[in-house]
Design a protein around this ligand. Sequence first.
Ligand SMILES: C[S@@+](CC[C@H](N)C(=O)[O-])C[C@H]1O[C@@H](n2cnc3c(N)ncnc32)[C@H](O)[C@@H]1O
Length: 223
Amino acid sequence: MGRNTFQTLLADGLLPFHRLLDFGCGSLRNGYWLIRFLDAGNYFGIEPVEKCVRAGLKHLVGPEIESHKKPRFLFNSDNDMGAFNVPFDYVVARSILSHTCPGMLHRMLETFSSSSPQGTLFASYWRHDIPDMPQWWQVRSKRNRLIMRYRDMAVDTSKMRERQISAVGDDLPDDDMRFIQIITYSLGRMQEIAATHGLSVQEDWTFHPINQQIWLKFKKQGA
Ligand SMILES: C[S@@+](CC[C@H](N)C(=O)[O-])C[C@H]1O[C@@H](n2cnc3c(N)ncnc32)[C@H](O)[C@@H]1O
């Protein structure tokens, strides 16, 4: 998964002197590759769960690379992509929009747009109308919209609905700030939300999606 993130960014033009924010960096699946590649001081991470980052630093990075590359972290859930006061060349949010209700998404895009006006944001999402792939077992909402596909997994969908862990972003209001287990959007809804922050967005299919998550590439409109 991390290698796919790295390849996608490389194919778009990522260079060692670029500054990059890994938003929701978790246990450094992406950081494993990016911290090594980027020049010292150019990798930034935001993650609410500090122990995930600590585990990643310990097991995937190690003290020598950490002290040489000097990755920087903030541990919060403020949804503020401008929190470092650094204009980023790249922001990456892998497996974040797949959990992000519209209010949280608005806040992320608003702060990206204002803090990194020359930057590119890559964020992966589940599109609810992705063409069917028969080997994937599908979960559909009450309105028959596709929520998720699983391969080789037995999933009790009735329990999922009871716990309301899945939703279609198109049906939720703009002030819903939740981070939930599964959320899908249409590309049109993504474009609508992006446009309110002066951003354009398109899918990037340079590499085949992993886990059905398609990369979205956001930039300032006209850039
Ligand atoms: C599915 S994991 C993906 C982690 C990482 N991007 C990766 O690909 O390995 C989602 C991550 O988002 C983090 N997260 C949850 N709420 C967040 C918020 N408000 N701001 C930033 N990250 C958040 C979670 O703690 C978790 O580490």
